[in-house]
Design a protein around this ligand. Structure first.
Ligand code: DWN
Length: 392
């Protein structure tokens, strides 16, 4: 693997600090990103044991945003019409944002984070609080195979892709469909969204890389949809090669063509991206410095995992940002890892309280701008670093 990006030493992105632990030394890990020219995979170089990240205290809940709830609801409607699935497995079911759109006895969730699995179990959805692997696939499908396996924003978090697809191959019926949804590498590179890289995001996938990985397991992509979620994602529809029901659609050829045209198969593209990231850091720091010099009060909006990468890479801390606001109850009252910025309970923005807001959850820009119309009308400003640092 060839390295193209060095984001410095970073704490675990979702390890929000309790006040009583603020003085304790945080564990930090080297965050570097590389490109494998054999299979086109882009991944972080040093990985962290999964148990350190996905355990009983996982803070992220997909249902925190209206956009995500709507996206999963719309998708479910489409899936039911297109595939009429009788038995569905969801890998990485989080707090049930997708699962809950199905009948309780037609879907099984797999969610290793115990605190999240508890939420769906409480709602009577069968949920296995385990990591997805062949053993679990055998257990879940001992009576019947799945006609649909769905997994969103999960595959990118799992190092051992072989184990995943071995288990998928076993659990999926001959004519079944696997749907994977993850941030698109093409969008990530185009938008200089370097904050898509952190300890949990081991991979950011391109179609050309995923195609190579799937080949080994006789699986193939037959359709691709673009979604706006998480800064631009791809939804891959995948089948077994022996399944002749679904023809490979033009969307697949088109996406591969776009990726090649952009150069996602070449190391030079990533090297260039590395340089863009350095420029982005410089510009962002400039904006913050100017704003502070002019005595503006700056807060952050959305204490995301992505923010951890940006703040720690750019060395933005309490000297620049007074506090973050977030709707997630787990995060409120804690501090962002590394930068140690306090996270406060969400309160509608008002120019009386704050001048400028750093958009940590830039992927929900539309939802947030809709919510904060008044602040914008009052002359309130936002800072974003995507696709390049600017004031809005
Ligand atoms: O892959 C992952 C994605 C799906 O979710 C995980 N590794 C971890 C997590 O990443 P993230 O923290 O960067 O995700 P989000 O979805 O960008 O996080 C949004 C955050 O912003 C949440 O903490 C909720 C918060 N939020 C808010 O306070 N007000 C969000 C919206 C839309 C709002 O209006």
């Amino acid at each position: 693997m060839k390295k193209f990006l060095n984001l410095g030493f970073q704490p675990l992105a979702n390890s929000y600090i309790k006040k009583k632990n603020l003085k304790k030394k945080e564990e930090k890990f080297k965050l570097e990103v590389g490109f494998n020219s054999k299979n086109y995979l882009v991944s972080i170089i040093n990985t962290i044991p999964k148990e350190k990240m996905f355990n009983s205290e996982y803070p992220y809940k997909s249902s925190e945003s209206k956009t995500m709830k709507k996206s999963f609801k719309d998708l479910t409607r489409k899936i039911k019409i297109r595939y009429e699935p009788k038995f569905v497995i969801e890998i990485g079911s989080n707090d049930g944002v997708f699962l809950k759109n199905f009948n309780k006895n037609s879907i099984v969730g797999v969610e290793p984070c115990k605190n999240l699995a508890k939420i769906t179990r409480k709602k009577k959805y069968k949920t296995f609080s385990k990591y997805w692997n062949l053993k679990l696939a055998k257990k879940i499908t001992s009576m019947k195979k799945a006609n649909l396996i769905y997994s969103a924003n999960t595959l990118s978090h799992i190092q051992n892709l072989d184990e995943i697809f071995k288990a998928v191959n076993f659990a999926l019926s001959k004519n079944g469909v696997l749907i994977l949804e993850d941030p698109s590498l093409l969008e990530c590179i185009k938008n200089v969204a370097y904050d898509q890289f952190y300890c949990e995001h081991i991979y950011v996938f391109s179609t050309i890389a995923l195609k190579e990985v799937l080949k080994k397991f006789n699986l193939e992509i037959f359709d691709i949809e673009h979604t706006k979620t998480h800064g631009g994602s791809n939804r891959y529809h995948i089948k077994k090669k022996i399944n002749n029901i679904y023809k490979i659609r033009d969307s697949v050829k088109k996406e591969i063509k776009n990726e090649i045209r952009f150069g996602l198969h070449k190391f030079s593209t990533y090297k260039k991206f590395g340089l863009e990231v350095k420029k982005s850091k410089k510009k962002l720091l400039n904006i913050f410095s100017k704003m502070k010099k002019n005595k503006n009060q700056i807060i952050g909006y959305g204490a995301t995992a992505k923010s951890c990468t940006v703040l720690n890479y750019c060395k933005i801390d309490t000297n620049f940002i007074d506090y973050f606001t977030d709707t997630t109850s787990y995060k409120i009252g804690r501090y962002l890892p590394g930068s140690k910025i306090l996270i406060k309970k969400y309160k509608k923005l008002s120019k009386k309280d704050v001048d400028v807001v750093f958009l940590g959850a830039w992927n929900f820009k539309k939802e947030i701008f809709d919510k904060e119309k008044n602040f914008i009308k009052e002359g309130g400003k936002f800072i974003t670093h995507i696709p390049y640092p600017k004031i809005i």
